[in-house]
Each structure stands twice: as structure tokens, then as C-alpha cells.
Design a protein around this ligand. Structure first.
Ligand code: G4P
Ligand code: NA
Ligand code: NA
Length: 189
């Protein structure tokens, strides 16, 4: 997606360890106009997919997910990273975070992820795909179906996307970063 690629080149910043900071328009300050355009692009790319629910993981996935849910007029459920003391009827999975080198629990209520749901998962970044694997596990536990995964930014050099596509999942990424070597942002054409 042209507008996103241009914005990454303009405002994105490279950090040690293959990290791309996009705090100017996604992860700290947010640009709702660009966010809406990105949601419109997801709706276009998943137009032939039968979806009844949008899902994400807190926190940074919520903004793009709610824009997509708004356009599709579908509910948006976000998996939580801290088990709420009062939440019953919960599905949980463990996610290993590469950037933090530790595992954390992710959970969602069976009340909002239900058997037969046709789930479109939306998130800001796809890196190694560990968060995505956790979502696949939650969706399976719920007896729901994962019909697609949409990411604003995929880092191709971390290969989470390869894994998901090999699983036969319909993956759409609006910008694919080939490399961040030598602090130079290379985006796939
Ligand atoms: P993975 O899920 O694909 O395996 O990735 P990883 O464990 O490395 O990612 C952990 C967190 O870091 C995720 O957010 C992910 O979105 C984010 N992340 C991964 N690579 C980058 C990057 O290059 N730039 C930025 N800005 N973020 C990246 P999170 O910690 O779960 O938090 P939240 O921001 O959604 O709350
Ligand atoms: Na995220
Ligand atoms: Na993040």
C-alpha cells in the first residue's frame, strides 16, 4: 500500500535488532486518516472472505482492528495479555515474545470467541509470528475458524509470514519490510 510505504520511509526509524519504530503514526501517536485508509485496504483485500468477527491482541492491534470492524459493521474482540481476575469461561494460550525474550499469557472469553465464528485477525506487526500462533491456538480451542490475518507491517526477514502462508492461511500485509540492515529501511515493491 503506497501511502503506508511512503509514511514508513518518511517517519519510520530503525533500531538495533531489526526493530522498526513507527511511533509517529501507529504505536504512540496515531494517524486516524492513514489508519482508515489501511482499514479500507484490508476490506478490499478480504472482500471475498466471509467474516463475522474481527479479532486482535491488545494494545497496538486495537486501533486498526476497530477501523476494520467499523467498516464491516462487525464486532471486534481483543485478546488480553493479563488474565482479568473476574473473567470466567476463558481460553488461554502462551505466547513467546522474541523482542522481550519471555513468554506471556494471552486470553479471551468463550463468550466472545465462539464455535462457528469466522475470524479475521488484524494486528500492527508480523515479525516471528508468535502472537499469530497464539491466536491460531485460541481460535482452534474456541471451535471457531480463522479466515484471514491482516497486518499493517510484515518484517519478511523474521519469517512469521512464511510460516502462516505455509499453513494455508490467507495473510495480507500492507507493507513488507525486506531488511533493516545498516539502519536502511528496504520495503518490497
Ligand atoms: P511476533 O509476535 O511476530 O513473534 O513478534 P515479537 O514477539 O517479536 O513481537 C512482540 C511485540 O513487538 C509485539 O507487540 C509486536 O507487534 C511488536 N513488534 C515486533 N517487531 C516490531 C518492530 O519492528 N517494531 C515495532 N514497533 N513493534 C514490533 P506487543 O509487545 O505485543 O505490544 P503492543 O504494542 O501490541 O502492545
Ligand atoms: Na502488536
Ligand atoms: Na507493538
Amino acid at each position: 500500500m503506497k501511502a503506508l510505504k511512503e509514511r514508513i520511509l518518511r517517519d519510520g526509524k530503525c533500531f538495533e535488532g531489526g526493530i522498526l519504530k513507527v511511533d509517529n503514526f501507529i504505536n504512540h501517536q496515531m494517524d486516524p486518516v492513514l489508519m482508515k485508509s489501511m482499514a479500507v485496504e484490508f476490506v478490499r483485500r478480504f472482500a471475498s472472505t466471509d467474516i463475522n468477527k474481527v479479532m486482535t491482541i491488545e494494545a497496538s492491534g486495537i486501533a486498526p482492528a476497530i477501523m476494520v470492524g467499523y467498516l464491516l459493521e462487525l464486532p471486534v474482540v481483543f485478546a488480553k495479555k493479563k488474565r482479568p481476575s473476574t473473567m470466567e469461561n476463558m481460553l488461554t494460550t502462551m505466547v513467546y515474545s522474541f523482542t522481550k525474550d519471555r513468554s506471556y499469557e494471552v486470553c479471551v472469553s468463550r463468550d466472545y470467541l465462539c464455535p462457528g465464528d469466522r475470524v479475521l485477525f488484524i494486528d500492527d506487526f508480523l515479525a516471528n509470528g508468535n502472537a499469530a500462533k497464539g491466536v491460531i491456538d485460541l481460535v482452534q480451542q474456541a471451535g471457531a475458524e480463522l479466515v484471514g490475518m491482516g497486518f499493517l507491517i510484515e518484517k519478511a526477514f523474521q519469517h512469521g509470514g512464511d510460516y502462516l502462508r505455509q499453513q494455508g492461511i490467507h495473510v495480507e500485509s500492507l507493507a513488507i519490510i525486506e531488511s533493516l540492515e545498516n539502519c536502511e529501511i528496504k520495503i518490497r515493491e
